[in-house]
Design a protein around this ligand. Structure first.
Ligand SMILES: *Cc1c(COP(=O)(O)O)cnc(C)c1O
Length: 686
């Protein structure tokens, strides 16, 4: 194989997205194109500099990376006997050059697919080919969010059309009402995981349905249910047509739950009688194969369809199934005879899965309360919803600077990312080295921010100080996340930010849903505050939150702020990306943090961790007080309390505690091992 062929193979597998030496190869091929294309290897390779390709030392680097790739692909699976998994999710966050996600759900699914590959599971992921990706965000002069949707070009992506063994494109049919729609899939290699992304955008489909798979979460319930028909029913038919065998279907969030009805239809189609016995056998057969993960503690966040929309769009499918309207609706209803009740995808998934779980221990408890009414005979603790706490794919989210540092201190640290004893070895690293690492990461972030917002006239980014205590906050601008909480008591916030001897700065990033004016107002409010004299150059809102900006912020910030209204943050994963960099979480005890926090590895805002909701205005009032006091009395003094050598000893000891106790426990590897041992492998009857 020559150098170009090896590079072509490397560009065709997202493995590069978590391997910095592979990314470095493409950057060398043509740095400008690489940067302008959101670091897209396929685009870059097409415009490679011939002189670089011909360079002997470059060729040697390609050989080394290629050998590492081959050895990864052939490495021994972690489990001998794990079931074959097909994982369904509406969105996947894999890399900024392939932005098929809108938020945390997609980022988690991308990390899940990567960790499944690391462990060598037999794992197929199914999603949508979102050609318009997620929007790009700009702020106008008034700090109001503007959106545009740059289209993904399949020719410049690692995706290829899924074909049968004779090379013919595989297509399956689904129905919207009685209208047949064809579905094809794009295949993407994510290490050893194969991902199929469903697509209706081709000539054989009626024009009005071609754009369906282009964009996430569009307006209109009919569009949403059509997307979910494509994902659940189309996705299942498609992987079957490709000959992929599955032991367990993992429904990641309810969007894909129609796959359970399609499995049931297939079971019934094989028999010749449809009586109650056959039906309940069929349902049990479906349940044995399906597991479900729920992601939202916000009741309104669960996907629902009015009986009208549901029956209209599912009419063709219902007739194929031979069910009455009432019977089909009953799968998604808590009270089947309540004709007013909507069809809820979470209810369908809970009815038809053998296990269900939330995404942190606290969220499991919240979900048990939330769905208690489905199980009238059960006490809350007996509601059959467990928990597998989320984790992050460390090789994706850990800065190359830290990756080198870890290789130096721990050797082959990627070999067992969830092994506590490996991370424990960081206890012997000196304060001086840890502080130097922290300083370098913060300087790198500040330089990046200055460049990133260079043509943004809104804010005074030039004034950012690479040695100031740097706080980060990046997440969707959903109101429950309370982005502006710290500024609720503005006078005290001014005091926090105007002490010249102890400078503090805060960087924000995040997108609001295009249809959510409240979220957009939050952004505008922050931009307005940033123009206040006391916050100039100290509060910056970075445009266009992406995986790249995410990586930069979680690596460079000293403190990661998370202040949701409890208990609405199911898990939150951005804070889990921080501790490998020696960053410290300052967080409400919600989501994953009650499991992570141990008094020495970050800070809690307030005390309680419970599934109880409080009157929002009271909770906001209490929490802003806790937050500002913790900053003023603990965080800021500790950061600036330096010894003769200029080192904040107490701070560094917290960093060490965070680095040894958190990354492995909240790694996607630990999460996947939990799924294999507690969910995928376990049958209810066992
Ligand atoms: C990690 C991450 C998220 C999810 O973070 P939350 O804390 O769950 O909000 C969303 N978007 C990007 C780009 C991320 O990196």
């Amino acid at each position: 194989m020559d150098t170009r062929e090896k590079l072509t193979e490397l560009a065709g597998n997202l493995w590069w997205s978590w391997n910095p030496p592979a990314q470095a190869l493409f950057s060398k091929l043509n740095e400008d194109v690489f940067q302008d294309s959101w670091r897209n290897p396929v685009t870059t390779l097409k415009q490679a500099n011939a002189s670089v390709l011909a360079d002997a030392s470059f060729q040697a680097e390609v050989n080394a990376v290629y050998d590492a790739f081959k050895s990864y692909m052939g490495s021994k699976p972690r489990f001998e006997d794990a079931p074959r998994i097909s994982y369904f999710c509406m969105e996947y966050g894999l890399h900024e050059s392939l932005a098929l996600y809108a938020g945390g759900l997609g980022i988690l699914a991308g990390d899940h697919a990567k960790a499944a590959s690391d462990l060598g599971l037999s794992f197929t992921a199914v999603g949508l080919f979102l050609r318009d990706g997620y929007f790009r965000q700009h702020f106008d002069a008034n700090g109001w969010q503007q959106e545009d949707y740059p289209a993904l070009d399949p020719e410049n992506s690692p995706a290829t059309l899924a074909t049968d063994k004779d090379g013919n494109v595989v297509r399956v049919t689904v129905h919207f009402a009685h209208q047949p729609i064809q579905v094809q899939a794009w295949k993407v290699h994510v290490g050893r995981t194969i991902m199929y992304l469903l697509d209706t955008d081709f000539e054989e489909n009626p024009t009005e349905y071609r754009s369906l798979t282009r964009r996430l979460y569009q307006n209109g319930r009919a569009v949403r249910i059509q997307q979910e028909i494509i994902l659940g029913i189309g996705g299942l038919r498609l992987i079957q047509a490709l000959g992929i065998e599955t032991d367990v279907y993992h429904m990641n969030e309810g969007h894909c739950a129609f796959l359970t009805l399609e499995l049931l239809r297939q079971y019934l189609e094989k028999g010749n009688v449809l009586d109650d016995l056959t039906l309940s056998e069929g349902e049990n057969w479906v349940r044995e194969q399906c597991v479900f993960t729920t992601h939202t503690p916000v009741m309104a966040g669960h996907d629902r369809f009015s009986p009208d929309v549901f029956l209209e769009q599912m009419a063709g499918f219902r007739e194929q199934m031979g069910f009455s309207e009432h019977d089909l609706l009953s799968y998604g209803r808590v009270e089947p005879n309540n004709s007013e009740e909507n069809f809820t995808m979470t209810v369908l998934a809970l009815n038809m899965a053998r296990t269900a779980n939330g995404v942190s221990q606290l969220h499991g408890e919240v979900a048990r309360r939330q769905w208690r009414h489905m199980y009238p005979d059960a006490q809350v603790k007996d509601v059959p919803i467990g928990a597998v706490t989320n984790g992050v794919h460390l090789p994706t989210w850990t800065s190359p600077i830290v990756q080198d540092f870890l290789s130096d201190k721990l050797g082959d640290w990627k070999k067992a990312l969830s092994d506590a004893s490996i991370w424990k070895q960081l206890e012997s690293v000196s304060d001086e080295e840890l502080w130097a690492l922290r300083t370098k990461l913060r300087h790198t972030l500040v330089a990046f921010a200055k460049k990133h917002v260079a043509n943004q006239t809104l804010q005074c980014v030039e004034a950012l100080n690479p040695d100031a205590l740097t706080i980060g906050f990046a997440r969707r601008f959903a109101p429950y996340k309370r982005a502006s909480l710290l500024f609720r008591d503005l006078e005290k916030a001014v005091k926090i930010f105007s002490n010249e001897d102890r400078p503090v700065q805060i960087l924000f990033a995040g997108k609001a849903h295009p249809a959510n004016a409240e979220g957009k107002q939050l952004i505008q409010q922050l931009v307005e505050i940033s123009r206040h004299e006391a916050f100039k150059g100290k509060l910056i809102v970075l445009e266009n939150y992406s995986m790249e900006i995410g990586r930069m912020l979680v690596s460079g910030c000293d403190v990661w702020l998370n202040n949701p209204r409890r208990p609405y943050e199911a898990s939150g994963t951005s804070g889990q990306k921080v501790p490998a960099h020696g960053g410290l979480n300052l967080s409400i005890l919600d989501g994953w943090w009650p499991e992570g926090f141990n008094d020495t590895n970050g800070w809690a805002i307030g005390h309680e961790s419970s599934a109880d909701t409080k009157e929002p205005s009271i909770q906001d009032q209490e929490d802003v007080l806790f937050l500002q006091d913790t900053l003023l009395n603990e965080v800021i003094p500790m950061f600036y309390n330096r010894d003769e050598a200029g080192i904040p000893r107490e701070w560094v000891s917290r960093m060490r505690s965070a680095m040894t106790t958190l990354p492995w426990a909240f790694s996607a590897e630990r999460m996947l091992i939990d799924y294999v041992e507690q969910v995928y492998r376990v049958l209810e009857s066992a």
